[in-house]
Design a protein around this ligand. Structure first.
Ligand code: THU
Length: 161
């Protein structure tokens, strides 16, 4: 028996003001895009905005449904749009923000488990890491160099071979 360890580094900023101009712009866009969420059930509006390697900007927001499992997270809405509009073009960076109508929106949130799985496969598909900028409407911001780092020991296409 031997023990394995997994760790990863990420950057923590006190606020959006500490980010580069481009990263701050993306995060502020993600904050804006929360307004396009359809979240009448959770009242938790999530916005995601991506910069692709061809310079295009793609946005997504969570889209819920009265049949709850049919709802989609902002991240997967964004990835589906990006793949449909710009197939094979790497997604360089995604900024994710949220507006919690019933509560606090002042700390970063991290993609849910299903979205981590989708983000990781997107990285695999285009063979390039997706950088994440995570921040609420205010407060600290996390920057993670690769979405895949959020999903250690993951199941992936290689396992199906
Ligand atoms: N949600 C997202 O869109 N992204 C996340 O990273 C976390 C959760 C959505 C799903 C649901 O519509 C609402 O937020 C509450 O879970």
């Amino acid at each position: 028996m031997n023990k394995q360890q997994y760790s990863f580094e990420y950057e923590v900023y006190d606020s959006v003001d500490e980010l580069s101009e481009e990263d701050a712009w993306l995060l502020n866009e993600a904050r804006e895009v929360t307004q396009n969420a359809y979240a009448p059930y959770s009242r938790f509006e999530v916005g995601a905005v991506a910069k692709l390697s061809n310079g295009e900007i793609v946005a997504g927001s969570n889209q819920e449904n009265a049949s709850f499992p049919a709802g989609l997270c902002a991240e997967r809405v964004l990835l589906s749009s990006a793949a449909s509009l710009y197939p094979k073009i790497p997604v360089e960076t995604i900024a994710i923000s949220y507006n919690n109508i019933n509560g606090d929106s002042g700390h970063p949130i991290s993609p849910c488990g299903i979205c981590r799985q989708s983000l990781m496969e997107y990285e695999e598909r285009v063979k390039q890491p997706i950088r994440l900028i995570l921040g609420g409407m205010e407060g600290k911001v996390y920057v993670i160099a690769s979405a895949g780092a959020l999903l250690p020991l993951s199941f992936s296409s290689g396992d199906l071979k």
